[in-house]
Design a protein around this ligand. Structure first.
Ligand code: UFG
Length: 337
């Protein structure tokens, strides 16, 4: 049985990926510092899979802690989620973001190099494409100057990995996520935003639940059909499965380059108003929302061409937007009961 280290394994995408890894017969070791999640997620993973992952409450930035996990386990691959991810906060706290996101990445790569270990999967983001010249976005689209410090940590992170792969013989895949949404069908794990949500779907579900009074739609004057911005919303379980596909590609030595990157989205663009209408329809409720001005740093349209990911990873999304929005609401309701 292959043993996989998952950093940030109790976070939103991490926890869903741990479940899929266990479903696929991998043994999972989690490192999480609980800075943006709670220990209850570990129990909930176990409730879904009937298997408790090995867990270390530790900070990947602390080298000695990381080393002791590698001393205790023979690790066959690493999926690295642990990072700060709030776009707005990153602009206010650049040093904290660069320090956290980059030093944790460097520490792990250093351990892999020093121990001659291999197989690294990195959480990257479609944000590396900035405002795209062409839609849908293919992997051949140029990487642009990052709009935020958070985005820059992903862009620089990919460069660090690429250089390390070349120099040390490590094999790695960066997955450029589009917009992950939804929750596990069991409603036992999902997104746990701290404070006021910055992302659309948690804001929608908290408004529906009465936690927020009104949803603000940021801009209806974009050059899109209904004037609101377009994104590619992917169910988190489909996204989690992309990690398994990428990991297997590395373990089976099917990768074509030592560093590869793939777009992980549905290939379909949806506007903010379409999200609201679909959410209302599938959950049979009404949302209180108003149109306000554009949000700084937002691009108009961002959706993936997934052809390369579909072909190379032999992976594709299976869960429709309707189901994703139903699961997001079910998860939200589970939080308030
Ligand atoms: N939006 C609203 N109201 C809200 C929140 C969001 O109208 O209260 C709109 C945004 O303007 C945007 C769309 O909903 O048009 C999606 O916004 P999100 O914040 O959910 O997602 P983003 O596309 O802005 O963010 C995503 C990822 C980030 C990543 C970023 C890069 O969640 O991790 O893309 O662009 F950094």
């Amino acid at each position: 049985m292959k043993k996989i280290l998952v950093t940030g394994g109790l976070g939103f995408i991490g926890s869903h990926t741990v479940v899929e890894l266990q479903n696929e017969g991998f043994e999972v070791v989690i490192i999480d510092d609980l800075s943006n999640t709670t220990l209850s997620v570990l129990e909930n993973i176990e409730a879904i899979t009937n298997k408790k992952p090995i867990f270390y409450e530790a900070d990947v930035r602390i080298k000695s802690d990381l080393e002791s996990v590698f001393d205790a386990h023979k690790i066959d691959g690493v999926i690295h989620f642990a990072a700060f991810k709030a776009v707005g906060e990153s602009i206010a706290k650049p040093l904290e973001y660069y320090e956290n996101n980059l030093s944790s990445l460097i520490n792990i790569l250093m351990v892999l190099k020093n121990r001659n270990l291999d197989h690294f999967i990195f959480s990257s983001s479609a944000t590396v494409y900035g405002e795209p010249n062409e839609l849908p976005i293919t992997e051949n689209a140029p990487v642009k100057k990052a709009e935020s410090v958070y985005g820059n940590t992903k862009k620089i992170g990919e460069e660090i990995i690429k250089d390390s792969c070349k120099a040390y013989g490590i094999n790695a895949i960066a997955l450029r996520y589009f917009n992950p949404i939804g929750a596990h069908a069991s409603a036992k794990i999902g997104e746990l935003p701290l404070g006021v949500p910055q992302n659309l779907i948690p804001y929608v579900t908290q408004t529906a639940a009465g936690i927020r009074e009104q949803l603000s739609v940021f801009g209806d004057d974009y050059a899109t059909e209904d004037g609101t911005a377009i994104r590619d919303y992917i169910h988190v379980v489909d996204l989690a499965k992309a990690h398994i596909a990428a990991l297997k590609r590395l373990l089976d030595k099917n990768n074509k380059n030592s560093f590869e990157f793939f777009n992980i989205g549905t290939g379909k663009g949806t506007s903010v108003l379409e999200i609201i209408q679909t959410f209302e329809k599938v959950n049979n409720l009404k949302l209180n929302y108003k149109i306000v001005g554009r949000r700084d740093g937002d691009v108009m349209s961002c959706y993936a061409d997934t052809t390369i990911a579909n072909n190379e990873l032999q992976w594709k999304t299976e869960i429709r937007l309707e189901e994703a929005l139903r699961s997001a609401w079910k998860w939200q309701q589970n939080q308030t009961v």
